[in-house]
Design a binder for this molecule. Sequence first.
Ligand code: GAR
Length: 194
Amino acid sequence: MTKIAVFASGNGTNLQAIIDAVRRGGLAASIELVVCDRPGAYCLTRAREAGIPYFMFYPRKYPSKAAYEELILQQLTEAGVEYIVLAGYMRIIGLTLLNAYPQRIINIHPSLLPSFPGRDAIGQALDAGVPLTGVTIHYVDEGIDTGPTIAQRPVFIDPGESRESLEQKIHAVEHELYPQVLQEIFTQRRVFNA
Ligand code: GAR
């Protein structure tokens, strides 16, 4: 059983998909901790309802990224966390966590990277008028959505499609793909040469 921490900043639908996959036995992991940087984010309610301990912090109360990441690292170490899974965590991971978890931090991003990195990837794709976007799962490095790719899935954009509709389609793909790929990584059924 792989011990993981899920980092989230918002609604937490991907966190929920991971919780549900663990519950139904589709993901051989145990979620030891949820880490969240936004008070009142719904991902915290999801953690509470699932009985998962969480760590909520106010980034602005710390002098630096290294300062709050030290604190997070302490909690991860105490909980024996092996992998960090980013699920809508809207902060760049710093060297403190990157060095402690080499090739052990995974992110999901709502575009076919390297297209549309950073914030609002769905809005970026709509603004660009492209007919195709998608979902990328990748290892995290020090850049913004630049780490080695693990898996990608395309999502077609219909002419005149609304943001809401595209968001729904992307989320549906994410919720299926993320637990599945995590399971492949944890059970080493697929080896990723990152
Ligand atoms: C997801 O679509 C995820 O891919 C995206 O944030 C959303 C979080 O939704 N992540 C990024 O944009 C990271 N650069 P959720 O809180 O409902 O899981």
